[in-house]
Design a protein around this ligand. Structure first.
Ligand SMILES: Nc1ncnc2c1ncn2[C@@H]1O[C@H](COP(=O)(O)OP(=O)(O)O)[C@@H](O)[C@H]1O
Ligand SMILES: CC(=O)N[C@@H](CCC(=O)OP(=O)(O)O)C(=O)O
Length: 311
């Protein structure tokens, strides 16, 4: 556990701390009773000390009356386990091609070790976390994801078979209702069940976005391993709209794992007649200590924000 050495603190330091707490009040009021979905990426959870700070931040949110829902990834951790088991793995546009052997490992790592590690950290920080996957309580009913990709040489659309890669078909948030009314913090692994009981590997960004939309979350925070979306010159983009984002995917400035992240944010903020949409989605650097607190409780919003689009 990280402890703070207060032995050298002056009266001014304590005053600064009190002012900081007081300045958080309007944010606490703005978010009181609201739900915030936090997508915790596999790269962001690499450092054990940072992982403990993340858990503390989540407990703090719950303590001040905000409802955090954690949806986690674990791509690098799955990669390590597949390598240990000598199962080869490849990605297409940020999605892991997933055969039967791979999906078994994906479920084992995500629903097993990673989910329980996050639950353990939150509980050690004084929270009440409950770990589940999309299979629990019909939370995520999945279907096979169908992808096509244009061949750059011939310009012909080709169908890609990604195996057991799924997308959420139906989200049934019923199981989360009672958690959100209690002190329980749900921690969700992005695994879904298909109509015939088959297991689907869902990109964690996609799962987080679908859950955020289904529970009318106020904010979707995507914690990753980079400052946010970078432009062609490597400069951080603080705010972007759907048209800009699509153009950057088209011209290759946004690639790899950033593609499902952006697509998720765009879908999450879209308002339809049935869905009021998430107010804002933010892609931010999970390697920064207290990234969640900085984003929710200060003006110093880091990262790239994608705001709600009215229908
Ligand atoms: N325009 C871009 N701006 C920022 N990152 C980008 C961009 N295009 C591609 N990326 C890549 O996307 C990565 C984040 O996606 P990913 O590795 O899947 O993260 P996570 O594991 O957190 O989901 C970044 O580390 C970066 O390498
Ligand atoms: C289909 C697909 O690609 N699934 C991801 C699920 C984990 C994930 O998304 O983890 P990150 O958030 O750490 O990238 C995978 O197998 O790696």
């Amino acid at each position: 556990m990280t402890t703070l050495d207060t032995s050298n603190m002056t009266e001014q330091d304590y005053l600064t701390r009190a002012v900081t707490l007081s300045e958080a009040l309007p944010y606490m009021q703005r978010y009181a009773g609201e739900t915030v979905v936090v997508k915790y990426g596999g790269h962001a959870m690499g450092d054990p000390e940072l992982a403990k700070l993340f858990a503390k931040d989540i407990v703090l949110l719950k303590q001040v009356g905000i409802n955090p829902v954690v949806v986690h990834g674990g791509g690098p951790q799955i990669g390590k386990m597949l390598a240990r088991l000598a199962v080869e793995s490849e990605f297409v546009d940020g999605l892991r091609v997933t055969d039967q052997a791979t999906v078994d490992v994906v479920e084992m790592v995500l629903s097993g070790s990673i989910n329980k590690e996050i639950v353990g950290n939150i509980n050690a920080a004084g929270g009440f976390a409950v770990g589940l996957s999309g299979k629990d309580g019909h939370l995520i009913e999945a279907r096979k994801l169908h992808r096509t990709k244009k061949d750059p040489d011939s310009n012909i659309e080709r169908v890609l078979d990604l195996g057991f890669v799924g997308e959420p078909a139906v989200i049934t948030p019923h199981i989360l209702d009672s958690f959100l009314e209690s002190d329980i913090i749900p921690v969700i692994a992005p695994i879904g069940a298909g109509p015939n009981g088959e297991t689907y590997n869902i990109n964690a960004d996609t799962a987080a976005g679908a859950i955020a939309a289904a529970i009318d979350a106020k904010r979707l925070l995507m914690l990753t391993d980079i400052a946010g979306v970078l432009d062609k010159n490597g400069k951080l983009i603080q705010e972007m709209n759907a048209t800009e984002a699509r153009a950057m995917i088209e011209d290759g400035t946004i690639s790899g794992g950033m593609i499902p992240k952006i697509e998720t944010c765009l879908e999450a903020v879209e308002t339809t007649l049935e869905n009021p949409g998430v107010n804002a989605a933010v892609i931010l650097d999970g390697r920064v200590p207290h990234a969640v607190l900085l984003e929710i409780f200060t003006e110093h919003g880091a990262g790239t924000m994608i705001r709600k689009v009215q229908a």
